[in-house]
Design a protein around this ligand. Structure first.
Ligand SMILES: [Zn+2]
Length: 238
């Protein structure tokens, strides 16, 4: 069991589902609390199916995306909120950065997940990474006394991008998601606006499951998610 808090920050409202749904579900199944923040709904650049409909509007797409993401997060036992900053391009201004830093201070997560630093295929994912990096430091300060309220540094991971090699993503950590995989499938099914990604990320979960078995020789692992630690972890012994 755990009482830890996990914060997952995505540029768009569905990013958490493909890349971290299993890790979120495992966290909450163990008793932890999880919150998902989407900086945008991905209403313009990541809602492909919805834009095939005639007379579609940005406001309607946002409404549907809010509903889909809330349902998906609910399947994982997590809360969902969206800053609604506008996507393609995502711009994180001072107010938005301060809002994220305030959330980090108030929620004080022990674990933070977000995009990797690089993504040559997406204009918004690196912006989200930079925003989280900065807000995280603003919430922790330099781990010395400061003029503002601070919280302890969190463990910080990147979740897996669409084309990991081209984003410089090297897994350091696999989460065995076998026991919660059905919840991930339900969460992916809730994201109807990007149904084309479901098969892709189901395959990825199987592949990462294979890789996790290779590392551990644990034949019970069927599906896994990959993460990259962004800072060293400190342990008592190796
Ligand atoms: Zn995205």
């Amino acid at each position: 069991m755990t009482t830890e808090r996990m914060l997952v920050v995505g540029a768009h409202s569905a990013d958490f589902v493909w890349r971290a749904a299993g890790a979120i579900a495992r966290h909450t199944a163990a008793g932890g609390e999880a919150r998902v923040v989407a900086l945008t709904y991905g209403e313009r650049g990541e809602s492909g199916e919805l834009w095939k409909q005639p007379d579609q509007t940005v406001e309607n797409v946002k409404r549907i995306r809010h509903s889909e993401a809330t349902t998906a997060a609910g399947e994982l036992g997590a809360g969902f909120e969206c800053f609604d900053l506008g996507d393609y391009p995502l711009e994180v201004d001072r107010d938005a950065r301060d809002r994220l830093a305030s959330l980090l201070r108030e929620f004080a997560p022990q674990v933070v997940l977000t995009h990797p630093e690089r993504d040559p295929f997406n204009p918004d994912h690196p912006v989200a990474h930079a925003a989280v990096a900065r807000a995280r430091l603003l919430s922790t300060g330099g781990v010395v006394a400061a003029a503002f309220r601070t919280v302890p540094p969190s463990r910080w991971y990147a979740f897996e991008p669409h084309q990991p090699e081209l984003c410089g993503f090297v897994p350091t950590t696999y989460v065995d998601i076998t026991s919660v995989y059905e919840a991930k499938v339900r969460a992916m099914a809730a994201m109807a606006a990007q149904s084309y990604l479901r098969d892709y990320y189901a395959q990825r979960a199987e592949q990462r499951g294979n890789h996790a078995r290779k590392v551990t020789a644990d034949a019970s692992i069927r599906q896994a998610e990959a993460f990259q630690q962004l800072l060293p972890r400190v342990v008592d012994a190796l």
